[in-house]
Write a protein that binds this ligand. Sequence first.
Ligand SMILES: NC(=O)c1ccc[n+]([C@@H]2O[C@H](COP(=O)([O-])OP(=O)(O)OC[C@H]3O[C@@H](n4cnc5c(N)ncnc54)[C@H](OP(=O)(O)O)[C@@H]3O)[C@@H](O)[C@H]2O)c1
Length: 213
Amino acid sequence: MQVAVIGANGGIGRRLLPRLHDVGHDPIGVVRDEEQFDSIREREGTPRLGDLEGTFASALKDVDAVVFTAGSGGSTGWDKTLMVDLWGARRVVDSCEEQDIDRYVMISARGAADPDTGYEPLRPYLVAKRCADDYLQQSDLAATILRPTTLTDEEGSGRISSAFAPAGGGPDVSRADVAAAVVACLDDDATIGHTIELYGGDTPVEEAVHPPS
Ligand SMILES: NC(=O)c1ccc[n+]([C@@H]2O[C@H](COP(=O)([O-])OP(=O)(O)OC[C@H]3O[C@@H](n4cnc5c(N)ncnc54)[C@H](OP(=O)(O)O)[C@@H]3O)[C@@H](O)[C@H]2O)c1
């Protein structure tokens, strides 16, 4: 599959591109700065330009699936939270529907299920993530929503734990293991329609994201 990764130069995105390539997908790295093109190519991705606050639709041309792993980050203001994490994410859903792109994996965040009980300084971010998730769920896309807890840059272990209903917390999870979970979801249609919290743990990633029967 041609898989467009929005946020390809980010912590999860950089780890995701080579993993997609290794299992036979064709990763498209969507970035907002041409200076990042070489870094995308080094990770086996085909670079395309797209800015969630500007234009990005052409970056999704002819792709089969989209992974949203962009984020405004903790050092910007709530204006960027609105324009990137909420509005940008919604615009990507619209663009997928317009271009008949069916498969979608969203990197959301633990706590988005119930922003009112989240860590207070992060509540506006959790609201933005929740609203973007709701919009995706109400679309016709074949979506899987992943809600990782706090991310680390540790090496991946290939093992995590998951929850198919809000679990209230758990160990931090590495960006590498979240990238592995994205690949596992793209290769497992049983994950479509599910919202899955991700934590550190001991279950092999493919098993952890497969819904319980
Ligand atoms: N940090 C955590 O503990 C945590 C926990 C749960 C969920 N999450 C979510 O997990 C996802 C990935 O996190 P991460 O830590 O890997 O992210 P990251 O390293 O901060 O990367 C985010 C990427 O988004 C890109 N981006 C920002 N604004 C954009 C725009 N207007 N158009 C296009 N791209 C844009 C950035 O581009 P540049 O490289 O150009 O800046 C960056 O490459 C995010 O959705 C985040 O909200 C994070």
